[in-house]
Design a protein around this ligand. Structure first.
Ligand SMILES: Nc1ncnc2c1ncn2[C@@H]1O[C@H](COP(=O)(O)OP(=O)(O)O)[C@@H](O)[C@H]1O
Ligand SMILES: [Mg+2]
Length: 271
């Protein structure tokens, strides 16, 4: 049975789709069988980020019972397989995302990894994308807004009995005021840091071309591509140690009062 992992964040624009596409390719390049599923049924863009355009049968059709799932699986770069989401608004209105879990279950034996790209927010489609998986990787930027949403999503995953696997911090710029990896981990109940992805113009440029070209293929030695390959190595069992925990200096510890209160607010509603 393959591992089923959802990339979630709560907040949009933190890099879920970019990381899903590149992580899938990085795993596939290691000879691992990977299926990516665009579970962002409202704002499908995984296939575009993979540099793919024409995918006539989509997850919408499968969710609507109008197509067989095998017919919605396409070949992406480097041997990665993927199921695109539909672009039609009408299709989106009609889909029942709760069926995602049984679709994923029917495919689990065929792949080493199934990775779902979840929508932003905390609504039903997000819950469906989380519930269809066994594990969740939380993607966050190193700032309070993004982290606050990640805290909510972690609680949602736990309620759905999905194991939060770790945190991927994206868009790290090393600027003053940015939350540090150990602070982020602490504020998410010591959930381990799974990956640290720097802000990288090469990553941004990958998607501003007419045909997007994922950074792990276009610039495999760029800093974001290296960081994502480290995540792939970790997921696939190659021993690489990243994100080591550090001692928190006293003044850093003081700053955490506000976050402890934020976490407390969410936890009140738990159970
Ligand atoms: N590490 C990074 N460095 C620079 N740009 C990035 C990075 N990660 C993502 N981006 C850019 O940020 C934008 C939003 O990313 P996306 O993957 O669509 O986020 P999400 O799926 O969470 O909404 C994209 O234009 C992407 O190219
Ligand atoms: Mg996205």
């Amino acid at each position: 049975m393959g591992r089923v992992i959802t990339l979630v964040s709560g907040k949009g624009g933190v890099g879920k789709t970019s990381i899903t596409a590149n992580l899938g390719i990085a795993l596939a390049k290691r000879g691992i069988s990977v299926l990516l599923i665009d579970a962002d049924v409202a704002m499908a863009n995984l296939s575009l980020m993979l540099g793919m355009h024409s995918n006539p049968i989509s997850l919408h059709d499968v969710l609507l019972g109008e197509a067989d799932v095998e017919d919605a699986i396409y070949d992406g770069p480097a041997g990665v397989k993927f199921i695109p989401s539909g672009l039609s608004l009408e299709g989106y209105r009609r889909v029942d995302s709760e069926r995602l879990q049984s679709i994923v279950n029917s495919l689990q034996k065929q792949y080493d990894f199934i990775i779902l790209d979840a929508p932003a927010g905390i609504e039903k489609n997000v819950a469906s994308a989380i519930a269809a998986a066994d594990e969740a990787l939380l993607v966050t930027m190193p700032n309070t807004l993004s982290l606050t949403d990640a805290i909510k999503i972690k609680l949602l995953a736990e309620r759905l009995d999905v194991k939060p696997l770790g945190i991927v911090v994206n868009f790290i710029m090393g600027e003053k005021g940015e939350l540090r990896d150990y602070e982020i981990s602490k504020l998410l109940d010591e959930l381990p840091i799974y990956g640290l992805v720097p802000y990288d113009d090469e990553m941004r440029r990958s998607f501003i071309q007419k045909t997007p070209h994922p950074v792990v293929l276009r610039r495999p030695s760029s800093k974001s591509a290296v960081a994502i390959q480290k995540i792939a190595a970790k997921l696939s069992g190659t021993p690489i140690s990243i994100g080591t925990k550090k001692q928190i200096p006293a003044e850093e510890a003081k700053k955490q009062g506000i976050f402890a209160r934020i976490i407390g607010m969410f936890k009140k509603g738990k159970g």
